[in-house]
Design a binder for this molecule. Structure first.
Ligand SMILES: *Cc1c(COP(=O)(O)O)cnc(C)c1O
Length: 362
């Protein structure tokens, strides 16, 4: 294969070309170091600077105050499903969870092992095609925290503003939309994101933790499962994902160079708008899964009139260099994931392909 194709994969997902090229160059030898990023010690001065830069880059992009610690952990977002309740549910041992998709459900499953889970709302009956409205949320004023999933990668829905939770700490799984726009971190007590969707490669989880939350982490917790361990050791209690953190550093620099998150948000709205107008203008040939006001800017999910046509489209699209359009196995249909690094030209090309496909097949 001579050229890169359009990668619509939900994750691990597309990375900026500039980042890949720089990493490729440094993979053999980091400038001034004489060794590859894959070979250096995490205790070296070089890596110290890389992890420091990554942290500072993210702090700048999201405008995160010193009230928050930034961590790079392992075990994916999935391990956070356990670490969050283990650390933050005590002493009350009850938490509110808003269920908007499969990932929220998995988070609930682990929280139930620790304490009492109140499902504040669930849109499962509507096949998770929407985000619940504020007035639907049944929130407990004395909950340990409220957990929500900001973007539902599988169903293609997204919260466009945070649930309002009063003084209860807000916890968010932002795995598939972190860095897609500026959010007000001060509304959150804790944010976590597997890096492999919108910020880097797989194997590293980014965590934003408000310092007061650490008071809840009991010393009886296993060392590696306690956030205090990772804060006290600068995310280096054990060997961190050095390569992953290095790529995150490059991605943060790429974002800053390209105008930061406001510019990115504008571009993301633009890109998603092009694809949604194609769906909406197709006289029902393409049907979006998500309700309009719950639509995701990151993962665009849709169906065709028949499963046969869906398969045909995926096959023809793949042959033309549009990869990863098959919907998640649990929902079927199609899904175009268009994270920060996905080029606008790729969306425009997909839309012309879809228009052609419709003409030939309706
Ligand atoms: C992908 C994803 C996860 C799981 O991430 P892992 O890093 O594979 O554990 C969790 N939550 C959301 C919203 C996701 O998109």
């Amino acid at each position: 294969m001579e050229k890169r194709i359009y990668n619509f994969s939900a994750g691990p997902a597309i990375l900026p070309e500039d980042v890949l090229k720089e990493a490729q160059e440094h993979l053999y030898m980091l400038p001034g170091v004489g060794m590859s990023i894959l070979e250096i010690s995490h205790r070296s001065k070089t890596f110290d600077k890389i992890i420091g830069d990554a942290r500072e880059g993210l702090r700048t992009l999201l405008n995160i105050s010193q009230d928050y610690e930034l961590l790079f952990l392992q075990g994916g977002a999935s391990l956070q499903f356990s670490m969050v309740p283990l650390n933050f549910m005590p002493p009350k041992n009850k938490a509110d969870y808003i269920v908007t998709g499969s990932w929220s459900k998995k988070a609930v499953k682990e929280a139930k092992r620790v304490g009492e889970v109140n499902i504040s709302a669930s849109t499962e009956e509507a096949k998770f095609n929407r985000i619940p409205k504020q007035e639907e949320l049944k929130l407990n004023a004395d909950a340990s925290y409220v957990h929500f999933t900001s973007n539902n990668t599988i169903y293609g829905t997204q919260w466009h503003s945070e649930p309002v939770v009063g003084d209860v700490p807000l916890v968010c799984d932002a795995s598939s939309d972190i860095l897609h726009k500026k959010i007000d971190i001060n509304k959150y007590a804790f944010v976590y994101a597997g890096a492999q969707k919108n910020m880097g490669p797989s194997g590293v989880t980014f965590v934003i933790l408000r310092k007061d939350m650490l008071e809840r982490s009991s010393d009886t917790l296993h060392t590696m499962l306690n956030y205090k361990t990772h804060v006290d050791n600068g995310s280096m209690y054990n060997t961190p994902t050095t390569f992953g953190i290095y790529i995150i550093d490059l991605v943060a620099k790429w974002l800053i160079k390209n105008g930061g998150l406001d510019a990115m948000y504008k571009l993301n709205k633009d890109k998603a708008g092009i694809l949604y107008s194609c769906i909406d203008g197709s006289a029902g040939f393409y049907k979006g899964h998500a309700e309009k006001d719950s639509r995701s800017l990151m993962n665009i999910t849709f169906n065709l009139p028949t499963a046969e046509l869906e398969q045909k489209l995926i096959a023809e699209a793949t042959a033309e260099g549009f990869s990863g359009l098959k919907g998640h196995r649990s929902v079927g249909g199609l899904r175009a994931s268009i994270y920060n690094a996905f080029p606008k030209q790729g969306v425009e090309d997909l839309v012309s392909f879809m228009k052609n496909f419709q003409t030939k097949n309706s």
